[in-house]
Design a protein around this ligand. Sequence first.
Ligand code: FAD
Length: 387
Amino acid sequence: MSDLDTFRQETRAWVQANCPAEMREPMRDESDACWGGRDFQFKNEAQRRWMEAMAERGWTVPDWPTEYGGGGLSPAETKILRQEMARIGARNPLMSFGISMLGPALLKYGTEEQKKRFLTEIARGEIRWCQGYSEPNAGSDLASLQTRCEDKGDHWLVNGQKVWTSYADKADWIFCLVRTDFQAPKHKGISFILFDMATPGVTTRPILLISGNSPFCETFFDDVKVPRDQVVGEINKGWDVAKYLLGHEREMISGMGLGGQTGSLGEAFADVCAGDPILRADIARFDVDAMAFRAMSERFIDELKVGMAHPAQPSMMKYAGTELNKARHELVMAAGGSDALEWESERSRKGKAAREWLRTKANSIEGGTSEVQLGIIAKRILDLPGA
Ligand SMILES: Cc1cc2nc3c(=O)[nH]c(=O)nc-3n(C[C@H](O)[C@H](O)[C@H](O)COP(=O)(O)OP(=O)(O)OC[C@H]3O[C@@H](n4cnc5c(N)ncnc54)[C@H](O)[C@@H]3O)c2cc1C
C-alpha cells in the first residue's frame, strides 16, 4: 500500500470515529454554521466536539504549516481528507473569513510574529474576522478608497467609513484597507491593517435587507488607535496584499457553483421533470454544466495548490461558479412551482427556497461583480485588444 493509501485508511477511520452523527446531516440554514469567535455560542455539543476535534489535529486548516496551527498536510493528503469528509457528508467544522481570506494573505505577507499570533487563533476558531474593503464611493473601483490612516509615531490613527461589511457586528477583528498616502497615485497609497473591533471609535450599523436579514453593516472609524505592528506587508503597498486576498476570496465564492449538499437537480426533481419535458431539458443541461464545473474546479484547486494556476483564474472560477449557482436556484424555483414562493412556512418542497433564491442575486456582486470579473478575464486571460 502507498503512503497515500495508508493515509486514506487512517483518515477514513478517524473521521468516522470523530464526526458526530448530527454533523453529518445537511446544514439547514446559516444558524447551523460554526463561525467561531470570542462570543460564539455553539448550537449544540456535537458542533463543539467536531470543531474542537478537527482544530486539535490542525484539520480546520489542513494544508497550513503545523507551527501556525495547521495540519501540515500535502496537497494530495488535503484532497483525501476533503474526499473522506464528503464521503460521510461531514460538515465543514469551521466557516471563517480568517481561513478563506486573511490566512493565505498572512502566510504570504505577514511577519513571523503576525503569523504565529493570528494564524493560530484563526485555526482554533478563536477570532472571527470581517473584511473592510468597500466604501460608499469605492466598490468596483476599490482603489479609490478614502479611509484615512495617519502615522502618529507610536500608533496609527484610522478615520473613515466602510460599507457592506459582512458580519461586522459579529466579528472580533477586521482586516482593512486604508489610505496612508493621499499624494501618491491611488493604488500606491494604500496599506493593509488589522485591528480589534472592540477598539474605542469602531461602530457598526446593520443594513436591513428586504428579506428582514441583516448580514452586513456600515462600519465607522472615529479616531481608532491601532498598534504599529498591525500593518501587514509594507506601508503603501497594501494593494498587493489586497489583490492576493481577493483571489482567495473569489476562489472561496466560486465554491457556490458546487451547490453544497443540493446534489443533482435531475435526481431531486425527477417526479416533476417526468411531466414537463421543457423543464427536464433545462435541468439536464444544468446538471451537465454542474458536472463540468465540478471537474474544472478540481483541476483549478490542484493547480492552485502546486502554484500552477494563472493569477486571474479565480476571476474565471468566480464568474462561472456564481452564474451556475444563480441558474441552480432559478431552476429550483421553476421546479417548485407556486409552493416555492412560500415565505414564512416550511411546507414548500425545499423549504426556504425563495429566500435562498433571492440570496443568490448577490452572488454576482459580492467579491467583485460579474462585469468586473469579465473585464479581468478579457484583459489578463484572453489578452483581448483594448480590454
Ligand atoms: C452579499 C454581499 C456581501 C458583501 N460583503 C462585503 C464585505 O464583507 N466586505 C466588503 O468590503 N465588501 C463587501 N461587499 C461589497 C462588494 O464587494 C461590492 O458590492 C462590489 O465590489 C461592487 O461594488 P459596488 O456595490 O460599490 O458597486 P459599483 O462598483 O458601484 O458597481 C455598480 C455597477 O456598475 C458595474 N461596473 C462598475 N465598474 C465596472 C467596470 N469597470 N466594468 C464593467 N462594469 C462595471 C458593476 O458591475 C455594477 O453592475 C459585499 C457585497 C454583497 C452583495
